[in-house]
Design a binder for this molecule. Sequence first.
Ligand code: AMP
Length: 389
Amino acid sequence: MSRRSTAADAATFLPGAMLGVLGSGQLGRMFAMAAARLGYRVHVFAPEPDAPAADVAFRQTVAPFDDADAVAQFARSVDAVTFEFENIPIAAAETAARYAPVRPAGTVLHATQDRLREKRFLRDAGIPCTPFAEGTTAEQLQAAVAEVGLPAVLKTAAWGYDGKGQRLVRTSAEAEAARAALGGVPAIVEGFVDFDCELSMIAARSAGGEEAYFGPVRNDHAHHILDVSAYPCQELASHAEEARQIAQAVVRGLDVVGLVCVEFFLTRDGRLLVNEIAPRPHNSGHLTIDACACSQFEQQVRAVCGLPLGAFELTAPAAAMANLLGDLWLIDGEPRWARVLADPRLRLHLYGKTDARPGRKMGHLTALADTADAARRLVRESRRMLVGD
Ligand code: AMP
């Protein structure tokens, strides 16, 4: 696939245009809501009916991503295409690109949907990242373990998210057993990072090359799934400029038009290492909806459409977001929404999913407060109040 230069792809789409979204989960839903506010219409394309974005979109196509005719028809019906999910077959992005600009371009999807390609891009660009090596075959695995050391994390190169397809391994034998259990699919071995905390930067880059950055957001995980994000955190202030520069190297290096989240580990000795790049809005940026002049979703709309970017400026001193996973529903039924709805410091977001399953992201709660610590405490306490008598 040839890389399209930003300048050559600088067409602008004004309100009233139809935007296509590949994928129709909660990220597509919040994108469609931001787009609608600015007067755009959204056409979502996804294999699943009853998906969160379809509820709020102008139009939906339900078809598999590998149905080239359906993708072509979809792309012909829209002015520009973006995505909310990076595990889209490259062929679908290529087909769509014949009829409408795809932003970010398929080259960005290609680089980021495979952990090996992503880490190689980072290494070649001189961007600090987790030590890694390929571990697909038994021979590669042995060499990889020798190179990155133990403990290590063995991950599938493709289709991984929220800790799926990854195992912590402490010995070579454990590593080989984990590799064999993956059935020979392409795999990456990463050194286990003994991190102090995890953080992320959100970066928007428009078709005209304008850039906006938000972060670093502090991210606390539970069971490999993001649990609580907070901003602005005092303890990260001294890393903010370095994180911004790395995010800038990523968006420029990949020639992104759209929105990207760069996730980092902050090591105990104070180094920032990139863990992952998501070429779309990210869970850790949800707090921008309630705490910023322009949310990550509106920035994506603006960047994709070639409008001037907005300001990620805070409209409250601090904010924290807590995910509402399906587990909450499984404790004793529907959470007690009334307990949070009356509090003006809290904002409830639900994604319209009817089937609560453990680990499934059903919604999120944002708390606004004077400091990030206070917001974090408030959002955790408020989430706890959603269940029980
Ligand atoms: P990922 O899907 O790669 O973002 O991994 C999910 C979570 O697992 C991360 O947010 C970390 O909490 C943890 N994790 C992943 N890779 C590593 C690593 N190399 N070292 C330590 N923890 C990791």
